[in-house]
Each structure stands twice: as structure tokens, then as C-alpha cells.
Write a protein that binds this ligand. Sequence first.
Ligand SMILES: *[C@@H]1O[C@H](CO)[C@@H](O)[C@H](O)[C@H]1NC(C)=O
Ligand SMILES: *[C@@H]1O[C@H](CO)[C@@H](O)[C@H](O)[C@H]1NC(C)=O
Ligand SMILES: *[C@@H]1O[C@H](CO)[C@@H](O)[C@H](O)[C@H]1NC(C)=O
Length: 272
Amino acid sequence: SDTAPQCPSLTNGDTYTQSEFLSRLANECRYDKLLLPTYKTNNVVYVHASAYVYFIQPAEAHDLNFKLHFLLQLRWTDDRLAYSLHSPKRTKIIGENDLRQRIWVPHLYMSNEQSSSLMGTDSKDVLISIAPDGEVVFSRRLQAVLYCWMNLQKFPFDDQTCSMNLESWKYNASILRLMWEMDNPVRLSSELHLTEYSLMDFWTNESVVRGDIINMRVGGAGNYSALKFTFKLGREVGYYLMDYFIPSMMIVAMSWVSFWLHADASPPRITL
Ligand SMILES: *[C@@H]1O[C@H](CO)[C@@H](O)[C@H](O)[C@H]1NC(C)=O
Ligand SMILES: *[C@@H]1O[C@H](CO)[C@@H](O)[C@H](O)[C@H]1NC(C)=O
Ligand SMILES: *[C@@H]1O[C@H](CO)[C@@H](O)[C@H](O)[C@H]1NC(C)=O
């Protein structure tokens, strides 16, 4: 009917600017950002993740946490955004938070985050690109304080393993699957420098976690896809050796000197 708003045309897509083209492509009349890219076919949406870590700082032992600064990149395909037919000359659509507001983005969260916040709800440091075939790459810079249950029994000769757990919040594993990228899913900055610790090893895992009523998941009880990045830190014993062990040993050793002094020489013994 005439009263219904018209869906803006996509023909001659090459003549539009990026944002004009996108506002047509992702217009509400043909794109619902609340629906999964595969809502028509019910296929699993595969979200591939990778991370670039540029800062790790374990906190004081009693705080049981560490700080992580990293760049998280997520990649998935949204067929509804494929535009190679409408705009054959366009090679990429790139945008920031305004682009993110217009399209579907997976809701993930870090389950061991101390100050809990959902990813994708705040607008800082977001970069998105959409390829002609509908492949979306979403990059985001994140700072997180994460819990790490350190075992301090062998302190200061201890190793600690800490991890970053990323989980799907809204969709269960039968509709959304998280995967690490095949090659080097986690890369560390060459300038990464840890005081008091050395990085011994790191690895990634993919798993499913049981989401039950207690977790209050939007997608109900069931299995949820999860990613884990774990790193092993060895404490630098040298620091404790120089600051605590050697001074204490020297004080004890000095007290033995008094046995070599003459029994009558009380002033030097008192001084010692
Ligand atoms: C995680 O991955 C590492 C290295 O690939 C492997 O040794 C370890 O067993 C995995 N852990 C789990 C819980 O799957
Ligand atoms: C969740 O995963 C477990 C083990 O991987 C499986 O036994 C169980 O049937 C799954 N539950 C659902 C609801 O898919
Ligand atoms: C996963 O979620 C979908 C829709 O949200 C639901 O239909 C399905 O039963 C859920 N699967 C499991 C195993 O809980």
C-alpha cells in the first residue's frame, strides 16, 4: 500500500557513499539486526576469534587477579550483508561504532571478568569491515581485570596458570559456535614485558559450558560455546633472592661472628 514505507533501492549500488549504501543494505525493511545471520536456514553461525595481547599484568598475590589489554577480532559471515551483486565495484565497507549499531554482532562475555561488562555494549575502540561476500570482521580493543585463582603454596617458587574465558551469552552451542582461528589465534606483542614473572607458555582451548538456570542465560539451559586462552607464568625468583633471602642470610651469618670474639670483649659484642 502507499502508506507503507518504501524499501530503498539497491540498484546502482556503486554510486552511493559507504554509509548511504549501508543504510540501504541494512535498512530495517530488509535487515533485522536482532536476528541471527542464519535465522532462515537455522544453520550454525561460526564465529572465529583471534586476539593480540599487548599487556599482561598479574596483580599482587592476594588480589587473585590480573590485568589484560588485548585486541579481540571476531569474524563471521552474514549472508544478508553480501553486496557483490548490488555494488560490484565496492571492495570493502569499513566503519566504527555507527556501523556496529546497524548490524548483528554476537554477544560474548568474559566469564571470569572481575568488573563484569558485556562486550559490545560500549562504543569505544570498535572497527568493523564487511567484505562483498558478507564476511564481517569485528575488532575491538579491550581492557579487562580477570580473576585468576593462584595457588601460592610454593611461593615464591610458584608457577601460575591464568586464563581468559570467552563465552557466548545469548545463543546456545546449537546455533552459535565459537572457534579460534586456525593459525596463531593468540599473538603476543613482542614488547610484552612482565615484572616479577616470566611467560613460560600459553595455549588456547575450545569447549562448551553448561548454562543452567543459575547462569540466567537468555537462551535458556543448554550448552554454550566457549573459548579459553591460558598462559603460564613463572615467578622470577631472583627478585626475592636479592630482596629477602640474601639479606636475611647475611644477618644470620653476621650474628655468628660474635662466637669468634673474645669472651671478655663485651663492647664489640654489644655493637655487633
Ligand atoms: C587445552 O589445550 C592444550 C594445548 O593444546 C591441551 O594440552 C589441553 O589438554 C587442553 N585442555 C583441555 C581442557 O582441553
Ligand atoms: C551438552 O553437552 C554434553 C556433553 O558435551 C552432552 O552430554 C549434553 O547432551 C549436551 N546438552 C544439550 C542440551 O545439548
Ligand atoms: C538452543 O536455543 C534454541 C533457540 O534459542 C532452542 O530452540 C534450542 O532448544 C536450544 N538448544 C538447546 C540444546 O538447549
